[in-house]
Design a protein around this ligand. Sequence first.
Ligand SMILES: [Zn+2]
Length: 120
Amino acid sequence: MSSGSRVVYSSGQGRVCPGCGFPANACRCKALAAARPAGPAGPVRVARQTQGRGGKGVTVITGLGLAAADLEKLARELKQRCGSGGRVAEGGVIEIQGEHRDTLVAELTRRGIAAKRAGG
Ligand SMILES: [Zn+2]
């Protein structure tokens, strides 16, 4: 693979940064990254976890990157949506008791959060 063959050029302005689309000498990547401190830490994933005793599962939503108050609010609404218990766990994770991956992925998607079903 020849490096550089995919670099985007725009006539008259020289190289354009592939990260932000601004000219390389006016790259905005760092500024854009700094502008969203509470943005999603990663892709939002909805996974199933089995807790130790009894093997009763919980559905875990990771990567939301929301402020604590927003997490609490979202968790409350998702619990209602699933008719299940749940909580906000360490690391900004929402846990909902039982297997609700499909419901939660659909509900998050409806709210404009690109969530992906993960795990077996
Ligand atoms: Zn850039």
